[in-house]
Design a binder for this molecule. Structure first.
Ligand SMILES: [Zn+2]
Length: 77
């Protein structure tokens, strides 16, 4: 059943636009939150064997160097 008068069409249109905007807002908010959460969990490591600095998602205190494979502790500031 479609509304026939102009006010109902206007309310339906504005309501639809608000629904789309809120949906886009929630989508981009969740996407950015997931992106920055992964970035925030990264830790910096310094290889004691080859002196390379690298970052990785910190699963523990030790992370292997991508160049030589030596396990290194994370840097703490
Ligand atoms: Zn290394």
């Amino acid at each position: 059943m479609l509304p026939s008068d102009l006010a109902s069409l206007l309310i339906l249109g504005v309501g639809g636009m608000i629904t789309v905007l809120v949906g886009l807002w929630i989508y981009y908010d969740r996407r950015d939150h997931a992106f920055y959460d992964v970035t925030r969990r990264k830790a910096t490591f310094h290889c004691l064997k080859c002196s390379r600095l690298y970052t990785a998602v910190a699963a523990g205190d030790l992370n292997p160097c991508p160049r030589c494979g030596h396990p290194n502790p994370r840097l703490r500031f």
